[in-house]
Design a protein around this ligand. Sequence first.
Ligand code: ADP
Length: 156
Amino acid sequence: MRALFPGSFDPPHLGHLDLIRRAAALFGDLVVAVAGNPDKQAFLAVEERLALLRADCADLAGVRCALYQGATTAFAAANGCGVLVRGLRNANDLEAEQAMAEINRGNGLDTLLLPAQSRHLHLSSRLVRQVLQAGLPLDGLVSAGVAAALARRAVR
Ligand code: ADP
C-alpha cells in the first residue's frame, strides 16, 4: 500500500527523517507531502522545504516528495495513498492527531501514528528555528544538507 506522510516541514529535521525512513520501510511506497497552508505564517517557502526534503530523501528507495494545498484526504485519493502516517512525540501530539485522524477517517482515510524515538522527543521545527536564530550549531537536529542550506540562508 502507498502511504502519505504530510506535514509543514518548516524546516525538515531529523525527527521527520526518522519517520520517513521507518514509514518507507513499512510500506515500501511513501509520498512525503509539504502542506502549503496559506493561513500559516511560514519560515521557509514551500518550494524551499520541498527542495530540502528531496535532498534528504534522495537515497531512500520508494520515497517521493510533493507539494499540496487543500484537503489531505483529497490529495491522498488523487495520489493513490491508502493510509496517512503521522508522528507522536507527546500527549499534546496525541490529542491533536486523534482529533485530525477522526476527521480523516470520516473522509475515508485512516491514520497510522508512529512514536518518535526517544532521542527525537524534544525535536521540532520550532526548536530548529530558535537554535538557528540564536546562532547556535544545528548538529543533531537536522541533516548536514539542511544545516548547510539554513546557514547559507542566514548569511544572505
Ligand atoms: P505539522 O505537520 O503538524 O505542522 P510538522 O511538519 O513539524 O508539523 O510535523 C509533521 C509530522 O512529523 C507530524 O506528524 C509530527 O508529529 C511529526 N514529527 C514532528 N517532529 C517529530 C519528531 N521529533 N519525531 C517524530 N515525528 C515528528
